[in-house]
Design a protein around this ligand. Structure first.
Ligand SMILES: *Cc1c(COP(=O)(O)O)cnc(C)c1O
Length: 385
């Protein structure tokens, strides 16, 4: 048993600064705690961040994607192409609107949708593409939109993890079609729970507003109508105030995360894990927001299962996560005919990925401790391949 006096290092830890906490107290005392002025301000600042495009905020990144699909007119009989290497909600919302999810495998280097496979998966029924930016790394955005334009497809970007990321210097959200962000507690920018959709024009933004709250439009003192089937997806002003505090620190959060990622790469260099063939993410310190730093275990060269590897980290007071198992192997999707062998790169990464600690409260010393521990585990449990 390895014992350590270091405090437990979780894989993620949300940070709410004192000014934001005070801001939340002010909202609580203001007499207006649900959707109101803070939500409006949050949307305005999100819009400014996204090059002035219209933005509406919601209470989750999941409903944000669902509303994106509805705005794009996706429904029964339509196919939507996405990747199985994502949080299950990406595919669930496709089912939710009555459409059919079509999966394409990932490129094992980027861990994102393989765009060659995407092109080949397009049929006459394809209505939209939902790319996912795993860990915050965008796909080749030029190529993505070239394909979408040529085939007249809508794009609903699952940019849940990519707030603060860019493509050749252009912010994710500041261009493209419909862009969906999540502000869940574990994301780089958080409103505890929440999400935002970036849209193309005011008509779409107005539709988003209706979908957000029962399809209701009010006029004058007493007028009310409901002309679309909306739901209950509005963000509280308490959450919006938390989101504002986080949003205003986007640049420093992203810079800090990039620095920690850089430290990870430096620390892994030449160590036992690297020699064993540990899979590392693509090196990118310009466009990547480093929402996650994920390794892929060389399981065939380790006398440990992934769970046991994570247990070894835990013994050293290090938290870790799995993001995610390949989702087509979940029961809900197996029942729809998906099975092992269909998306081998996703299945392989899904079975071997481990998310390492990465959050702004960490120091480079923490990073070095994590990598030293991984090297130790690899030395102890590695086999000659
Ligand atoms: C977090 C996340 C979502 C869903 O966001 P919620 O706010 O939790 O509903 C969707 N897709 C991906 C890739 C995510 O990481």
């Amino acid at each position: 048993m390895t014992q350590t006096s270091r405090p437990f290092l979780p894989f993620v830890k949300p940070e709410i600064d004192e000014e934001t906490i005070q801001g939340v107290v002010d909202v609580l005392r203001s007499g207006w705690i649900t959707t109101g002025p803070q939500n409006q301000q949050f949307e305005a600042e999100l819009s400014a961040y996204c090059g002035g495009r219209p933005v509406r905020a919601f209470n989750s990144g999941t409903c944000t994607m669902e509303i994106g699909l509805r705005i794009a007119g996706v429904g029964a009989g339509d196919e939507v192409i996405t990747t199985p290497m994502t949080w299950v909600s990406t595919a669930n919302v496709i089912l939710e609107v009555g459409a059919t999810p079509v999966f394409v495998d990932i490129d094992p280097a980027t861990r994102n949708m393989d765009l060659d496979l995407l092109e080949r998966a397009i049929t006459s029924k394809t209505k939209a593409i939902m790319p996912v930016y795993l860990g915050g790394l965008p796909v080749d955005m030029d190529r993505l939109y070239e394909i979408a334009r040529a085939r007249k497809l809508r794009v609903i970007e699952d940019a849940a993890q990519a707030f603060g990321s860019s493509w050749n210097g252009k912010r994710i959200g500041a261009f493209g079609d419909l862009v969906s962000f999540s502000f869940h507690a574990n994301k780089n920018i958080t409103s505890i729970e929440g999400g935002a959709l970036v849209m193309n024009n005011e008509d779409e933004a107005e539709l988003a507003r209706k979908y957000r709250l029962q399809g209701i439009t009010r006029t004058g003192f007493d007028g009310m109508d409901c002309d679309v089937l909306g739901g209950k997806y509005n963000l509280t002003d308490v959450a919006a105030r938390v989101g504002l505090g986080s949003l205003r620190k986007t640049d420093s959060i992203t810079a800090h995360r990039r620095e920690l990622a850089r430290r990870y790469f430096d620390a892994f260099e030449g160590g036992a894990a690297e020699k064993l063939g540990m899979g590392l993410p693509p090196k990118n310190f310009t466009d990547h927001n480093w929402h996650m730093f994920q390794i892929a275990l060389p399981l065939e060269r380790l006398k440990l299962s992934r769970a046991e590897f994570m247990g070894q980290l835990k013994e050293r007071n290090i938290g870790s996560g799995v993001h995610y198992p390949a989702l087509h192997l979940f029961t809900l999707y197996r029942e729809r005919g998906f099975k092992e062998g269909m998306f081998p790169h996703s299945e392989r990464f899904g079975a071997s990925n481990v998310t390492l600690p990465l959050f702004t409260g960490m120091s480079s010393d923490d990073v070095e401790y994590v990598v030293k521990s991984i090297d130790e585990i690899c030395e102890q449990f590695g086999t000659q391949g």
